[in-house]
Design a binder for this molecule. Structure first.
Ligand code: 5AD
Ligand code: SF4
Length: 477
């Protein structure tokens, strides 16, 4: 029996136990999942929900009413960790009120030994703990929790295993994330991800294509290809091929080639991907993007800092000049491309002059949008051990400078498209204005326009009549 079949068998076993419980209590049991962090986590949560629903659980929007509360955690910055601890305190009360309640924690934070120790000691009423490598095992873990006493902890430090094709409950019927690779090999000096998500592992091209074909058959028109560093897709296969450890039936292709294959899938209308590392964004990728009818003209290209001195220390493998050249090349080759980025302010040793360099890049590249973060010290990373940590007040002051420039350029970029007619994928009804829907443009911006719920999931042409800062009001044409 392979791992997928084992897990399907556990879903079946859990279902039997679940049904007994339902009979005993005279009601169904429900679950509530809270997701922190990135799109990878969001996708993992869809997998968790899929497994729980296959067991019989029903989704409950109000956390305090649920019989199973699951936190899918993030640990990239400390504030997410603090939110989890804060919230666990509240759950103790729920547990007194509902003896059936199970509490589970999974995700990146659980890959850190110190966090798990803290939960063990300070929050002993947590029932299950698992990590990022064994999300597919939820049914097996639940089974052990049903049939034994105490906290179930199932953590793997590393894995080569990729288990797929288990039930998934997608948040949107018409779009989906698709993992193309897991882990990261880059070890940027500030980042915890390589320690909690392990080394890069690519999925086989044929598995990715098959998954997308199935999604399309199920109504999906847009996919977001997910990886910490999609540009290095397939490089682990190349390495294994060289040292003779690659399994025979694995086809070795690069990211641009993978995109070309996905493009050919009938019925698929839009392709997105994230995240791209600037150090290995190839001309071939730009070429494929330029010639594609389906790949959205949006590139998320994390800068982190504009100071070449800090970039070297961060282990980013590019200088300010190389980054700017790449961004300008993208703008030249694909004039309507939207470029977005991540920026860290307050990295150890950062001076006002370093931030000036960052501001200079923002001015030159004119980002369509940028996520600006204050540096967060992550225990175990090289940057955390440095003695020249920047004082909080200085970080805040520099952060404000970066944020205000980023908002300025982003508004200016948004204003440029006013009056144009572009296609938008209708994602939702607009909560703010009755009779309106919200669509997403290829460049990832939103437009609100009059329309009905029946439009959700379709791609329509919309005139961007009025720019409202970071979004538009429009009308269908
Ligand atoms: N502190 C602040 N921001 C961080 N990021 C990663 N690690 C840290 C950290 N220690 C940011 C980077 C990355 C994004 C996902 O999170 O900008 O691109
Ligand atoms: Fe972290 Fe760098 Fe990997 Fe991104 S590329 S996940 S910032 S180590």
């Amino acid at each position: 029996m392979d791992e997928r079949e084992r897990q399907l068998a556990y879903i079946e076993k859990c279902r039997e136990l679940y049904e007994k419980k339902v009979e005993e209590l005279g009601r169904k049991l429900s679950f509530h999942v809270t997701t922190f962090g990135c799109q990878m986590n969001a996708r993992d949560s869809e997998k968790l929900c899929g497994i729980l629903e296959s067991i019989g659980y029903v989704q409950e929007d109000e956390e305090e009413k649920a019989d199973l509360i699951l936190f899918n955690t993030c640990t990239v910055r400390d504030n997410a960790n603090q939110r989890v601890y804060g919230h666990l305190g509240v759950l103790k009360k729920y547990k007194r009120l509902n003896p059936e309640l199970k509490i589970g924690i999974c995700g990146c934070m659980m890959q850190e030994k110190t966090a798990v120790e803290k939960i063990r000691k300070s929050y002993p009423y947590v029932d299950i703990i698992f990590g990022t490598h064994n999300v597919f095992k939820l049914a097996e873990i639940m089974y052990h929790s049903y049939t034994s006493e105490g906290m179930i902890i199932d953590l793997w430090e590393e894995t080569e295993q990729i288990v797929e094709d288990l039930p998934v409950d997608r948040k949107y019927s018409f779009k989906s994330g698709v993992n193309i690779m897991f882990g990261c090999n880059n070890f940027c000096s500030y980042c915890i991800v390589p320690y909690v998500r392990g080394r890069e592992r690519s999925r086989r091209p044929s598995d990715i294509v098959t998954e997308i074909e199935k999604l399309v058959a199920d109504g999906v028109v847009e996919v977001m290809l997910l990886g910490q560093n999609v540009n290095s897709y397939g490089l682990d296969f190349v390495k294994k091929q060289k040292n003779g450890t690659l399994e025979e039936d694995v086809e070795v292709i690069t990211f641009p080639e993978l995109l070309k294959r996905i493009e050919k899938i009938d019925g698929l209308k839009r392709i997105r991907f994230m995240t791209s590392h600037p150090k290995d964004l190839s001309d071939e990728l730009i070429e494929v993007m330029k010639n594609s009818k389906k790949i959205c003209h949006h590139m998320h290209l994390p800068l982190q800092s504009g100071s070449s001195r800090l970039l070297a220390d961060m282990n980013r493998h590019y200088t300010k000049e190389q980054y700017v050249e790449l961004a300008l090349k993208l703008r030249r080759e694909i004039p309507d491309i939207a470029i977005t980025t991540d920026i860290i302010v307050g990295y150890p040793g950062e001076t006002k002059e370093d931030v000036d360099e960052t501001l200079d890049v923002i001015r030159t590249v004119q980002y369509d949008n940028a996520f600006t973060f204050q540096y967060s010290k992550r225990t175990g990373t090289p940057a955390a051990a440095r003695e020249d940590q920047v004082e909080k007040a200085q970080v805040q002051e520099q952060f404000d400078r970066v944020l205000s420039l980023v908002q300025e350029t982003s508004k200016a970029r948004t204003a440029l498209l006013e009056g144009q007619v572009l296609s938008a994928l209708v994602e939702d009804v607009d909560e703010q204005q009755e009779g309106y829907v919200t669509g997403r443009l290829g460049n990832n911006n939103c437009v609100h326009f009059p329309g009905s719920i029946a439009l959700i999931g379709s791609i329509v042409e919309v005139k961007l009549t009025k720019c409202m800062g970071f979004y538009y009001i429009g009308e269908m044409v």
